[in-house]
Ligand binder design. Sequence first.
Ligand code: SF4
Length: 378
Amino acid sequence: MNAEMMKELRLKMLNGEWSSVCTRCFETEKNGGNSRRIIENADYNHLIASLKEKTKPDGSIEVEFKSIDYRLGNKCNLQCRMCNPFSTSNWIKDWNDIKTKSEHLSVELADYYSGFNWPEESYLFDELREKLKGVQRIHFAGGEPLLSPQMSRMLKEIIALGYSRNIIVSYNTNITVLPKEVLELWKQFKEVRILASIDGFGEVNEYIRHPSRWSVIDKNLCYLDEHAEELNVSEVIVSCTVQIYNALSIAELFDYLKKFKKILPVLNLSNLFYPEYLSTQVLPAEAKKEATRRLEKVLQDLNERHVTHKYLVDNIQQTIAFMNEKDCTHFIPQFKKTNAAFDKKKNVKLSAVLPDLNKFLINFTLDQLVQESDSQGN
Ligand code: SF4
């Protein structure tokens, strides 16, 4: 709470300045979306004035923790295309074979990511016990938090200390696993909220989130939908990272949500910023036009069905605005190169899974060749 970085960040915020670590919220709000900053500020609005008062001139503050957000290392069972070795150790071995030179990992950095054992350190648990009083919410993200032994251990410690009934536990999870032991622990907490990261329907998700299996994800979501009450699960939202791969096919994922009772019928859309060559801004103009048309149709359908959850619905417009904000087609060669290398290693083909995207990329390349030969002719 009082690390140098946090003190500086706090002072900048009080000064009305955006820090570079806040890019995601800044960009989301710039395009009229609801950022995590806006959502958290609404939750803690009643505390803001007193927290400002308690902040010392050097940016430090002494208050009880209300909310804790853990990323317990980089152990994950997936190797999503947009991910990196910091978040999944599965990327370490393949990284330099697939990525372009400018992104390569040094041997030292690869070793560092391979040895991410700090979640096993006892100080983490000492600190948790010390700060628990007054905590209302604990969030876990990844790696894959449902596979983390430290996450389970933390839940057990919280239960043993008698705080679990006051605490909401939430997760960002790839929803490929639902360990029985964890499901049992959830029943001891105030409530559980799930943000399930899924980036496409069926094989689109399998292509982006390698080597996940759609049948497993579907089975787990159905289980949560059916048993939410007994598991103490108060909210399940499917969260989709909008990127070059799925901008044209998100409507199918929206359609898939129609079958659920408990899972919200609207996706939580968030734009991908890094790596830049996977952003929707890289799509050729014609592809953006088509993706915009399809997303607007989704919006119309949600409005006709009178689907609420306004902050999620509003984010669809924000996704469209972000995609069309600038032309980043200069990243297409880097996208093609890294994507082809990934496809080759995993023995899959973009043209087979994402024919629409493939067609737009081919047309764009052909147009460029024509333009080049025209300019040479002139
Ligand atoms: S599930 Fe999350 S942490 Fe795991 S590879 Fe995918 S994006 Fe990375």
